[in-house]
Design a protein around this ligand. Structure first.
Ligand code: AMP
Ligand code: MN
Ligand code: MN
Ligand code: MN
Length: 274
């Protein structure tokens, strides 16, 4: 039987709601055979996930989702199958964590200016690792400022909104280089989620390929067959392999670990590369 892969998901090591153990157990219950836990700029959940994966017989691939900037936009690069103790990777993730910490404090200051006091402490209480915008969104829901996470982004946290803080994340070539040096493969994450025109996305994919990127996330949750076909065509056009990932963050009815993730047959699977 075909194996089920899910190579993009989150735990409490970043902005997911389940612990690494709970993520692995849920993946197992959903029939996933090969899982990569890809927390934002962090590998701190991987040891715990590995213990849980060994217990239930899931194949765990090391993973991370690195925040980068490209033409003034935030772009996410997933690293898979690398040595998580490689000094270059450790140094990059420490630098990203420092940026996150500084940014989180600045977001707290901006929220205070619009009348939300002590938001950093509130968001931090919801976080296990670095405070992300998702933690701020959950805190704003908790105190009743907004009714859901999406509203928190729309009103306060998205680019251009009152409490947005621009961050000097590393660039894409740096992320690719560090992933490669640590022995992994670099995947351009969720290409259709950047609020860009098709022309711009193709330009991003071409840049990513020209900088040595390995694969494009072709299959995700909640996409249409046409979207998947489009992504597969763009991957082929640039000679990129294809990856699959739910980007699961918490149990909900529209995103599930391992759910309807598959690659068109003409696309080389990213797992052939590690
Ligand atoms: P950060 O990495 O700190 O900038 O936080 C970004 C994270 O916030 C993403 O990885 C998503 O999990 C979450 N996020 C971004 N936009 C939205 C949105 N509109 N609604 C809910 N969550 C979002
Ligand atoms: Mn996230
Ligand atoms: Mn992402
Ligand atoms: Mn993600």
């Amino acid at each position: 039987m075909e194996k089920i892969y899910d190579l993009h998901c989150h735990s409490t090591a970043s902005d997911g709601v389940l612990t690494p153990t709970e993520v692995v157990q849920r993946a197992y219950a959903q029939g996933v055979n090969v899982l990569a836990l890809t927390d934002h700029d962090s590998v701190s959940g991987l040891d715990e996930a590995k213990i849980a994966a060994d217990k239930c017989g899931i194949d765990l691939i090391s993973g991370v989702e690195i925040s980068t900037q490209w033409e003034n936009r935030g772009i996410h690069i997933v690293g898979l199958g690398f040595d998580k103790t490689h000094p270059k990777m450790t140094a990059l993730l420490q630098q990203q964590a420092d940026l996150r910490h500084k940014r989180a404090l600045e977001i707290g200051d901006k929220l205070a200016k619009v009348g939300v006091e002590n938001a950093f402490a509130g968001a931090q209480a919801l976080a296990n690792g670095e405070v992300t915008r998702a933690h701020y969104a959950r805190y704003l829901v908790q105190i009743g400022k907004v009714s859901n996470d999406n509203q928190a982004f729309k009103k306060y946290l998205s680019q251009g909104k009152s409490c947005y803080v621009k961050t000097e994340w590393c660039d894409i070539p740096t992320a690719i280089d560090v992933i490669h040096q640590a022995g992994g493969v670099a995947v351009l994450a969720h290409p259709l989620r950047y609020d860009m025109t098709a022309k711009k996305i193709r330009q991003l994919i071409a840049d990513f390929a020209s900088w040595g990127g390995d694969a494009l996330e072709v299959s995700g949750c909640g996409q249409t067959p046409d979207q998947r076909k489009q992504l597969a065509n763009w991957a082929k056009e640039q000679g990129l392999a294809g990856s699959v990932g739910s980007d699961f963050h918490f149990p909900c009815c529209w995103v599930e670990l391992g759910k309807s993730l598959y690659l068109p047959t003409e696309i080389e699977p990213v797992w052939n590369l590690f």
